[in-house]
Design a protein around this ligand. Structure first.
Ligand code: ACO
Length: 143
């Protein structure tokens, strides 16, 4: 894990404490292109047979080129081959692009975690001109 990896993880999740906590228990991967880091992925076993994508990020210069989708597809394959039955991911209600991507990849909303960001984050997060308060949790049942 380099400084670059860590900085990228914080782009997906600015709460250092939370990141440090889940990283210890997660399976972590990176994506490289021409030997340069382009993406990170952290997968955390939560409930029995469930793996959660707790962090996914692509460097800003390489976004919108399909790397995020490839990381999601890798997460799904990794979960499947390791006998997990369900893959989950949570994101802010204001993260419209991410919500689009996850639903495009077959994830379905199953829960809203009200005030997750107000409770767990010290700094107010503003995204798409909205104050971020709630988390949407999505899941994909793996066949
Ligand atoms: N805004 C607008 N559209 C988006 C966004 C966004 N933030 N993110 C993804 N999309 C859309 C793209 O338009 C694209 O649509 P298309 O395929 O129909 O053209 C589609 O989603 C797929 O994009 P990819 O190129 O596969 O994804 P990308 O490589 O850009 O990675 C990611 C997506 C990881 C969300 C990236 O935008 C990123 O690192 N963002 C900052 C960090 C972040 O928000 N991470 C997720 C937080 S939630 C969590 O970590 C559990």
């Amino acid at each position: 894990m380099t400084k670059q990896h860590y900085a990228l993880l914080l782009e997906a999740d600015p709460n250092k404490e939370l990141v440090n906590t889940y990283l210890q228990r997660s399976f972590c991967f990176d994506a490289t292109y021409n030997n340069e880091l382009v993406g990170v992925l952290a997968l955390l076993p939560t409930h029995p047979e469930t793996l959660e994508i707790v962090n996914i990020a692509v460097i800003s210069e390489q976004r919108n080129r399909g790397i995020g989708q490839q990381l999601l597809s890798f997460a799904e394959k990794y979960a499947h081959y390791n006998n997990y039955k369900c893959l989950e991911i949570g994101t802010g209600t204001t993260s419209f692009g991410q919500l689009y991507l996850y639903q495009k990849c077959g994830f379905r909303v199953f829960e809203i975690d009200q005030d997750f960001f107000t409770i767990h984050y010290d700094v107010e997060i503003v995204e798409n001109n909205l104050i971020l308060k709630d988390m949407i949790r999505l899941r994909k049942i793996l066949n």
